[in-house]
Design a protein. Sequence first.
Length: 587
Amino acid sequence: MNLTRRSFLHYSLAALAASNALAQGVAPRKSKALPRMPPSGRPFNARFTDVAKAAGLVAPVIYGALDHKDYILETVGCGCAFFDYDNDGWMDIFLLSGTRLQNPPLGATNRLYRNNRDGTFVEVTEKAGLHSLEWGCGVCVGDYNNDGWEDLFCTFYGQNKLYRNNRDGTFTDVTKQAGLESPKARWGAGCTFFDYDRDGHLDLFVSNYVDFDPAQVPRPGDNAYCNWKGVPVNCGPRGLPPGCHSLYHNNGDGTFTDVSVQAGIAKLRGSYGMTAVAADFDEDGWPDLFVACDSTPSLLLMNQRNGTFQEDGLVRGVALSDDGMEQAGMGVGIGDYSLDGHLDIFKTHFADDTPGLYRNDGKGNFDNTTIAARVGTENRYTCWGAGIIDLDNDGFPDLFMTAGSVYPEVERALPQYPLKNPRIIFRNLGNGTFEELIEEAGSGIAAAHCSRGCAFGDFDNDGDLDILIINLNEPPSLLRNDVSGNNHWLKVKLQGTKSNRSAIGARILAKYDGKIQAQEVLSQSSFFSANDPRLHFGLGRAKSADLEIYWPSGSCQTAKGIPANQIITIREETSASLNDKAARTRS
């Protein structure tokens, strides 16, 4: 650790105390947007079109009233998932939903859509046993019982739920029998399956947002925490008690044990937890946790390899902004934008603040590169879903984020803060900097919606990444990506044997055309959402790639000269002599 960062902590803590003294419901950091550079002139070969209606995704995601929000519960919204629940090799869609405090409309529910393999989907929610009329928040996907079928864990305001995949197209709510039922209502937010003790069974982390009781919460305008730029708005999160986060150990028999106290998680008080991502940031072979936090310092929980975690967000450079201020952390993208073989972090924030981009040195220490990478050109919107993904298959991962206000009332008084916003792409120029694109990326990006979670996946199996987006009080968006040009790609599905069956926590280093890129199988990222678990690598002009796979069990496996433009499955080899040909099968 360098001395510059340690000495900076004193300034950061002083700035943090000063920001807390400012009465406002959200972190008040204001960052001036950088001027945009002249257009690069390079063609962007990805074009996004919203095909949700044609695909059959027509039901709205209900979340709170339309023209006002009396409580923060109505504003946060929810996530979504691409996952293959029926194991047919095609990504299905799961959408969370909320309700309304008064007169909830008929038909509001979470929804499951089965992929028809022809660009359309059919809703199977009732048949699958996933109907739920509640305040849904986050979803994470993982095979917690290692039976080869992906299960769902969903967070709610009230009671979280574990849905076991019955392997016949249906799910069963096994929350109580799994030991995950809470004795009182809580506001579950982010969640992630991960094998923190590397015993081959997926454990579970849950971030909790606010200790919320509508009977105790002030009304809009009642105090300084219920006001934004002079406009009375819903109160919070500041001024409301923060939630407490939870860690559950998988016992290997279908049940979980709450180990929050033993693991040091229970002592982490005072943060408004949102999206939770598990990944091995310091590359020691043990998964760590990053939690984006709203209006409080974000958390980086480093795995101590003995069942406990140490919170190091401040000292490792990801807790605060580069000027030591709290930010309203919402969504998290994880990927290797700099192509150095290490997992970087992209985090979204509130209006008047830029997103944050953090480059990993490979040891779990991060440098804030927001300004240097030219990502600080955008501060107009409240942003949510996030990703570090290669959208045009040129071999350089891009950045993506969704946006939407939490204050319908503000637009009437301050039209520069509209409720509905476009989506934003920062295309990677390959030299450490990014170029902001909106209209240039197609009508699906430029269209304005009040969006929240998003998931990245290839729903039509054509070799590019499509985007599923939650829009509040509207149908979702399904942005079909049509990539032109001659760039190549490779998509890899990993299957654990000694490691957990979902291979969550497995890392691939892909080497192609003189480049190296790291990706890891994640259970949750973006904003409260779950991506297609098949790792997607754009290869540019390269026609093949060499792969190194680092499994959660600790083994390493290689697969050399894999031809481009295919979807492959690699199964964890457990013999002493690893044979990549035996491990590789075409999907």
